[in-house]
Design a protein around this ligand. Structure first.
Ligand code: TYM
Length: 352
């Protein structure tokens, strides 16, 4: 055997990514970035700004650069330690694209045809969607598996993509099982089955204008979301305008059923304060929404303003951000490259 093979059983590793598209909002923070920071103790973490995913939809290049730095700044402002862990942008590590191509040849059209995010993003004009938008989930599988990551903190909207990642890992292991065993990995499983970590207090933050729609970067109405860079006035205004219903808040969580806007605001309050929804309802239940909203404004400003201010400070020094990304990319490459050597060897590619 001429190929150098480094097959080893995988160690626990956390990986996640955020797209540098539009403004980061409270959903990104509570569903993902806040949890990234919490997972740092006791785990090896890799957090990626997925600029290659961003270009599956048209992007202004100048804006893409700005947004890539802004997401990096959000990671740092949320407390992620880029020295202990790895923070980088996807396009600097070629293994993502290379493994995505391999996975394009593993995943089946039928699997990708079932992805609801593609259907939503492509809309009615499917013929005009990019191939990249269709193949988006195979790149996502590559992001995770090029590090043989075992745990992936994400919001609920990414669940289906994680299931596909597991299917791809399983099919690769199965299709090449003999080869993997012949190369010395006894179990025959080269890629792990990464586990989604979706169980945070707010895995699905909803729009402030419509409690049945998720809070999203792409919503035309800026009032539908709290952006991480919103100042105190904007936060106050958006929460005061947030849609509610005419009933007062219930005293117990049961009473939130069928009241999506009320439920969303209570969930946000709970997640930001680190308290249980039941405790919050015991305090605010029976009272007017305006009292609750005033408390939510105060809490949101207290929790989000320092992050926004720190993001502004950090993005004021783009050279520092770029240096963090470069250093992270070097360390990410050092993990990804041996995996790619294995994969090339497993596939039968000749390499120098
Ligand atoms: P993206 O950039 O859309 O969102 C980043 C993270 O924020 C979560 N999120 C939410 N959580 C709760 N409530 C919401 N309203 C809300 N909106 C967004 C998302 O679930 C996500 O965790 N495909 C991914 C990026 C990605 C990735 C990866 C993630 C690329 N490769 C590999 C994990 C592993 C995405 O578009 O996220």
């Amino acid at each position: 055997m001429t190929q150098s093979v480094t097959l080893k059983p995988y160690q626990p590793r956390v990986f996640s990514g955020v797209q540098p598209t539009g403004n980061l909002h409270l959903g990104n923070y509570l569903g993902a970035i806040k949890r990234f920071a919490e997972l740092q103790d006791g785990h090896d973490c890799i957090y990626c700004v997925v600029d290659m995913h961003a270009i599956t939809m048209p992007q202004d290049p100048v804006e893409l650069t700005r947004a890539t730095r802004e997401v990096t700044a959000a990671f740092l402002a949320a407390g992620i330690d880029a020295k202990k862990h790895i923070v980088f942008n996807q396009s600097q590590v070629a293994g993502h694209a290379e493994l995505a191509w391999v996975f394009n040849c593993i995943a089946r059209m039928g699997w990708l045809n079932r992805m609801t995010q593609f259907k939503e993003k492509a809309g009615k004009d499917r013929e005009n969607a990019s191939i990249g938008l269709f193949a988006y989930p195979t790149l996502m599988a590559a992001d995770i598996l090029v590090y043989r990551a075992t745990h992936v903190p994400v919001g609920e909207d990414q669940k289906q993509h994680l299931e596909l990642t597991r299917d791809i890992a399983q099919k690769f292991n199965f299709d090449f099982g003999d080869r993997i065993r012949a190369l010395g990995l006894e179990s025959g499983d080269y890629f792990p089955q990464p586990e989604p970590l979706i169980a945070g207090p707010a895995p699905r933050v909803m729009s402030l204008r419509d409690g049945t729609k998720k809070m999203s970067k792409s919503d035309a109405s800026d009032n539908s979301r709290l952006n991480l860079t919103d100042d105190a006035d904007a936060i106050a205004q958006k929460i005061r305008k947030a849609k509610t219903d005419p009933e007062p808040l219930p005293g117990e969580a049961e009473g939130l059923k069928g009241r999506p806007e009320a439920e969303n605001l209570v969930t946000i309050f709970a997640a930001l304060s680190g308290r249980e929804p039941a405790t919050i309802l015991s305090e605010f239940g029976g009272g007017q929404f305006s009292t609750f909203k005033n408390a939510l404004v105060e809490l949101s400003v207290e929790k989000l303003s320092p992050i926004g201010a720190e993001m502004r400070r950090l993005t004021g020094d783009p050279a520092m951000i770029d240096a963090v990304l470069k250093d992270g990319a070097e360390r990410a490459r050092a993990i990804a490259e041996p995996v790619m050597r294995d994969v090339r060897g497993i596939l039968g590619f000749i390499q120098g």
